[in-house]
Design a protein around this ligand. Structure first.
Ligand SMILES: Nc1nc2c(c(=O)[nH]1)N[C@H]1C(S)=C(S)[C@@H](COP(=O)(O)O)O[C@H]1N2
Ligand SMILES: [Mo]
Length: 265
């Protein structure tokens, strides 16, 4: 996975700065990037913290994740991680019992106008449907159809402020930490992944609504990332300059427990 992080850093560095691309173009090996305190590595790490406009300019260059045919959906999406937050999150249980009538998806943080959407409002917006493969680091994959609103649309409605660099996805479920201190699941991405055309706020799975076990009523699909970067039970999408103040500061529940932040496939 270390290679993948460096690839992203390299891509951002190359696209954003002609001078550094000349330097990199002369290298066959990128081994030096693994060394601490290397000036080029330092440069690329800074490049990974690009502003909103610079990240947005790179979105058009991004490749799509592979999409599959209907016939390649072999079984239902295998539920994993939290599968029923009703058991320990009262607020979530009440939402399920009301048929998600009280649900709101909020867009907050570094935006011009904070937004909030009911499930019906989301379902009335232009949608995108895609058949993709979900890869869990535990060693299994599933092909499924996901339907939802492109996240880019919601971010544009709210108006992302120039200072924003990351998106934090806040979830209802709490897990781990022992019975006394379960931790809220959260995830984060850069703005390139957030504005990627296949990144959707999904409310549909295969031929029906997203079931509780797979993250009802809304989960985010970031199709070029591993399973743990696909947050379920999302209630708030927050634009931030840094994710250091959330959880243990590593950008996600599993990242706080040692997984890589980029988590690309
Ligand atoms: N809120 C939340 N999102 C989550 C998880 C979780 O436990 N809670 N598990 C992650 C992991 S490790 C995987 S593989 C997928 C599982 O999604 P699925 O249950 O739809 O297969 O969700 C990811 N997103
Ligand atoms: Mo996973």
């Amino acid at each position: 996975m270390a290679d993948l992080i460096l690839n992203r850093r390299r891509l951002i560095g190359l696209s954003a700065a002609g001078a550094s691309s000349l330097l990199l173009a002369g290298c066959n090996q990128f081994d030096f990037l693994a060394r601490r305190n290397d000036p080029v590595r330092d440069f690329l790490e800074r490049a990974n913290q690009l502003t909103y406009s610079a990240q947005r300019a790179l979105v058009g260059d991004q490749v799509l994740a592979r999409e599959f045919a209907e016939s390649e959906i072999r079984q239902g999406q295998r539920p994993n991680g939290s599968t029923d937050p009703r058991q320990n999150v009262e607020e979530y249980r009440a939402l399920v019992e009301s048929g998600f009538a009280g649900y709101r998806l909020r867009v907050t943080g570094l935006v011009e106008t904070e937004k909030s959407y009911t499930l019906a409002e989301l379902m009335n917006m232009p949608s995108r449907s895609q058949i993709t493969r979900h890869d869990c680091v535990e060693g299994w994959s599933c092909i499924a159809r996901w339907t939802g609103v492109p996240l880019a649309r919601l971010l544009d409605e709210a108006g992302v402020k120039p200072a924003a660099k990351f998106v934090v996805y806040h979830c209802y479920d709490r897990l781990g930490g022992g019975l006394s201190a379960p931790e809220a699941y959260y995830e984060s991405s850069d703005l390139i992944d957030a504005f990627h055309p296949q990144t959707i706020c999904a409310y549909g799975l295969n031929t029906g609504p997203l079931p509780v076990e797979n993250g009802a009523p809304v989960r985010i699909r970031i199709e070029r990332a591993l399973g743990y970067k696909q947050p379920k039970y999302v209630h708030t999408i927050e634009l931030v300059e840094s994710f250091a103040q959330y959880g243990l500061g590593q950008g996600g529940y599993w990242e706080d427990h040692g997984y890589d932040w980029y988590g690309g496939i």
